[in-house]
Ligand binder design. Structure first.
Ligand code: DAH
Length: 342
């Protein structure tokens, strides 16, 4: 019996040696190792053997099967290697084929302006602060000197979520958050970019837009510091030749309050369509932080003063790049978005 088995085994090894494909190997596997194979049929003969012969015969069969299996495996690996080599030899890479045109993404103009403005202020030693877009009435209005029923609320007719929560209508509440965190201890020098929401919709007003808030609190801060800061910013953002002027204005949380204009960068101040023939372009609101706001936010107004300003992100972009409609920032027209790649 053993002789017959040895013969089958050597036939199997020979077949493996001659096999030319993995399909052929699979056939060999079925022929010699499957349950229905002749080799397997010998296993049933075990029954008739004595105990010690059983062990010996079992061992013998295992060795045979092991030889065939390992030989099958190594032949399979050899065939695969050969196939791969053949493929690599045949394959020619055509370097002259045009590359696949992968579209490279780029920053949205909105974020580019944030980066530019923040870079300028970080260069002046400001830190970047963030605040929540869902804000409480208390922070969005009351801590900024706008109590319930104050007429200034009309200008920021707002998206309320419930009685006390709303989508913030300005980035100014970040001022209050930062001051309260500082617990009456200056200095503070922050800039805070982010989205704000109002019930607005026309070519220059969108229900969602961006602002950048600035706040400086320290001892001996005055309007001169504010003016110098805004001059530095305007020249860095709009060109060395820019001049800055202030007009008195009103914001509930600053006193005095100013509207800040820069000399028109289109005509240099002579008067053109962009500046509506005035030579000046309004870019932001600012002022000295109201003593009552300082007090409500934990700062002693006899010891500390501060200035604040708020810049409209899209407004800066529209002026700088001549964008005609604020809604272009939000309707995802790639022809608009990809214009500002560099
Ligand atoms: N929060 C004001 C607005 O949305 C803008 C503003 C004006 C911010 C004066 C300031 C400021 O910090 O001092 O209309």
């Amino acid at each position: 019996m053993n002789e017959r088995i040895e013969k089958i085994a050597s036939q199997a090894l020979e077949d493996i040696e001659n096999a030319k494909s993995s399909e052929a190997l699979q056939d060999i596997h079925n022929r010699y190792l499957s349950k229905k194979s002749e080799l397997s049929s010998f296993m049933s003969k075990m029954r008739d053997l004595k105990a010690e012969e059983k062990v010996k015969f079992g061992q013998f069969m295992n060795d045979i099967r092991f030889k065939i299996t390992t030989s099958l495996e190594s032949k399979k690996a050899a065939l695969q290697k050969k196939a791969l080599e053949e493929r690599l030899n045949k394959e020619v890479i055509d370097y002259t084929l045009p590359e696949v045109d992968l579209k490279k993404g780029s920053k949205h103009l909105f974020n580019k302006i944030i980066d530019e403005v923040c870079d300028i202020f970080v260069g002046m030693g400001y830190q970047i602060a963030e605040g929540p877009e869902i804000e409480s009435d208390h922070f969005n209005f009351e801590l900024l000197n706008v109590p319930k029923d104050h007429p200034a609320r009309d200008m920021q007719d707002t998206f309320f979520i419930d009685e006390t929560l709303l989508m913030r209508s300005q980035t100014s509440p970040v001022q209050a958050h930062v001051m309260l965190e500082k617990k009456g201890q200056g200095p503070i020098k922050i800039i805070s970019p982010g989205k704000v929401y109002r019930r607005d919709d026309d070519a220059t007003h969108s229900h969602q837009f961006g602002q950048i808030e600035g706040l400086v609190i320290d001892k001996n801060i005055n309007m001169g510091n504010l003016l110098a800061t805004l001059e530095l910013f305007s020249k860095a953002m709009f060109g060395e030749k820019r001049e800055v002027r202030m007009r008195s204005s009103y914001f509930p949380f600053t006193e005095p309050s100013v509207e800040v204009d820069i000399s028109c960068f289109e005509c240099g101040g002579k008067g053109c369509a962009l500046c509506k023939k005035t030579g000046w372009i309004e870019i932001l609101g600012a002022g000295m932080v109201h003593p009552h706001v300082l007090e409500m936010c934990g700062f002693d107004p006899h010891e500390y003063q501060g200035f604040a300003f708020g810049i409209g992100i899209e407004r800066v972009a529209m002026l700088k790049y001549g964008v005609d409609d604020i809604r272009r920032f939000y309707n995802n027209d790639m022809r608009f978005n990809t214009q500002f790649k560099r």
